[in-house]
Design a protein around this ligand. Structure first.
Ligand code: ADP
Length: 488
């Protein structure tokens, strides 16, 4: 099959969060299975160009209709970790992708709406007729709308669209004028059955458009699929997901074991497997040296996250104090585009500066993340909601025990050491339900208690997690089944 992924992120060249991992992880799995896979991405100025091999311009005169004019674009081609990627670079006063950051501008809807039109225009002009277009999150919600309202009439009759929802916290709400800018007629589209937002009359919801027009909608875990159809998690999209329930399902994300694997990880101090687990502790030592933590008989609890309210930032702060008061060390790697949240954590870092058991690293560092997963004993993920969550699956591969709130993909992957309805050898972490300090402490207390009192049992929980297969193998097949289904 010929599959084109259209996305706003692709690690390690352009990554903000899990979306950046999922796009290349799934793509590589599909390619390994013999499919032809290409990716189309924006050409951001802030990408890691050192992670793109052999980047060169392949198409210089792509004229993309926008507003009442055309925007001249160049298209580049390069390999990201062996994947074939096209990067679209517009040349206009809008300066869409030369902003120094990926997201967070007032005109984000306009930037990515343009990207959607440009991606389809590029496919049309370069004669690309894939079997499947797979697009992701609100940033590409207009792709199926444009395909079926415009490009099909221009001859693109072959592709079917799979649309994956990674996070309903961001849906791309914008004015109807954006539709006109990309050449769509807002009149017939701005109603409740199509793109008009269910909660805000007159607002266009780009993610809703993607859901309505795609041939199949997936989200990133079965539990989140249920939550967004039935609970508050839908953020206004529940009705749409019910109406289109016949073409909707949850597929648990995988992680890429070529990238996240302690056996071959180039960023850690000592490689190890489940059979050489003692070597994990070389990384604990290296982590302590790196952060000037004291060498003592204590567990290290880690957090690696975007510092977003979704991730339970207040619970994370509480956990830091709780862990330090109960004989643990604490390491955090996190950052936020929100200055208030960043400053809050910088203030806390300042307060804890002299504490030899704590280090807060307020930044984004792919390399450091690897050492933290390898060097810690436990990882904490107290999310308010979590579509899938990759950090718990990565941590388990590194023998680091997850302590998580029972939501979304966390509930699908972490099974409580004491209470899970699972055989003992399938229990791989600690789970709490209530989104408050008591809930958090109930799980932390049990995990820390086991680490101190029954280290052999704690090690079994580590090993149980390491034995799970969270690779892309199963979800890769699941996506191929979906592609086959919509091709018929
Ligand atoms: P989300 O997509 O909501 O950010 P996920 O758990 O799905 O959450 O994916 C997070 C990904 O981003 C993981 O690969 C994690 O290691 C990475 N990550 C998050 N914050 C940081 C950071 N500050 N530095 C390095 N990597 C980070």
């Amino acid at each position: 099959m010929y599959i084109i992924q259209i996305a706003s992120e692709c690690a390690p060249a352009a990554k903000v969060g899990g979306l950046g991992d999922v796009v290349p992880g799934l793509s590589r799995e599909l390619a390994i299975r013999g499919n032809a896979v290409e990716l189309i991405l924006p050409k951001y100025d802030c990408m890691r160009y050192d992670q793109i091999w052999d980047l060169q311009m392949v198409y210089d005169h792509l004229m993309v209709p926008f507003h009442d004019q055309s925007v001249h674009c160049s298209v580049f081609f390069g390999f990201v970790d062996g994947l074939k990627c096209f990067f679209i670079e517009p040349h206009s006063h809008h300066n869409f992708f030369n902003r120094g950051i990926y997201y967070g501008h007032n005109d984000d809807s306009e930037r990515f709406a343009f990207f959607n039109r440009a991606a389809l225009e590029f496919m049309l002009k370069s004669g690309k007729h894939p079997d499947i277009i797979h697009c992701h999150d609100w940033q590409t919600g207009l792709v199926p709308v444009l395909l079926y309202e415009m490009y099909q009439n221009l001859g693109m009759t072959r592709p079917r669209v799979c649309y994956t929802l990674h996070n309903l916290g961001h849906q791309g709400l914008t004015g109807g004028h954006i539709l006109r800018q990309v050449g769509l007629n807002p009149g017939p589209l701005m109603n409740r059955d199509k793109l008009e937002d269910d909660r805000r009359q007159g607002a266009a919801n780009l993610m809703k458009g993607g859901c309505v027009y795609a041939n199949f909608i997936t989200t990133v875990s079965p539990r989140y699929a249920w939550e967004i159809q039935n609970g508050n998690g839908g953020n206004g999209l529940q009705h749409t997901l019910h109406v289109h329930g016949g073409k909707f399902g949850g597929v648990l994300n995988g992680i890429d074991y070529n990238v996240w694997n302690p056996e071959i990880d180039p960023f850690i101090a000592g490689c190890y497997t489940i059979d050489t687990l003692d070597d994990k502790y070389k990384n604990k030592e290296a982590l302590r040296n790196r952060f000037l933590l004291r060498h003592d008989y204590k567990p290290i609890i880690a957090v690696v996250t975007r510092l977003d309210p979704q991730k339970g930032v207040d619970l994370i702060k509480h956990a830091i104090h709780y862990a330090l008061a109960t004989g643990c060390q604490f390491v955090l790697l996190g950052s936020s585009p929100d200055h208030a949240i960043n400053n809050d954590f910088l203030h806390l870092k300042h307060q804890l500066n002299d504490n030899p058991d704590c280090h807060l690293e307020i930044s984004y560092s792919e390399e450091l993340a690897h050492l933290i997963y390898a060097g810690s004993d436990m990882i904490l993920i107290p999310s308010a909601f979590e579509p899938c969550g990759l950090t718990q699956m990565i941590a388990m591969k590194y023998g680091t025990v997850p302590i998580v709130r029972e939501v979304g993909g966390l509930a699908d992957t972490v099974f409580d050491a004491d209470y899970a309805h699972k055989p003992y050898h399938e229990r791989n972490g600690y789970v709490f339900r209530d989104f408050n300090n008591q809930g958090l402490e109930s799980a932390l207390h049990r995990a820390i208690g086991l680490w101190y009192a029954y280290p052999a049992y704690f090690r079994e929980i580590m090993e149980n997690g390491m034995r799970y297969d969270f690779s892309w193998c199963r979800p890769g097949q699941h996506y191929l089944d979906i592609y086959d289904y919509i091709k018929r």
